[in-house]
Design a protein around this ligand. Sequence first.
Ligand SMILES: [Zn+2]
Length: 113
Amino acid sequence: MADNIADTLAAIEIGLKTQAQRFLPHNVAHFNLQTHTLSRLIPLMAETLNDTHPLYQKLIQLDAAWCQLEMGLYGLCSDCETPINITLLQHNPLRQRCGACQQKYIPHPLKKL
Ligand SMILES: [Zn+2]
C-alpha cells in the first residue's frame, strides 16, 4: 500500500516539476527541476508564483503528503485525523482533509450571501 502511494506521489511530483519549470525565476531558469528536492523548489516558486496559484498550492500539498507518508499519517485528515474516504483520496492523492473538514475549510460561497 505505502509503496503504491509513494509511486503515485512520485509521479505527481514529476508532473508538477515539469509544470514548474516555466515559472522559474530567470536567474535560475536553467535548473533541471527534476533533480531538485521540493524543499528547494518551493521557495524558488514562491518568488514567481502567488501563494494562491494552483501549482504552488499543489507543490505545498505534495510536500505535506510526503511528510505525512514518512510519519505514517498519510490519508488522515490534517484537521480531525479521521481517515479520509479512499475514493476521495484516489480522486486527489494530495487531499489533506476529510469531507466534513474540507467543507469547513473552504466556506461555500452561498453561505456568504
Ligand atoms: Zn477532518
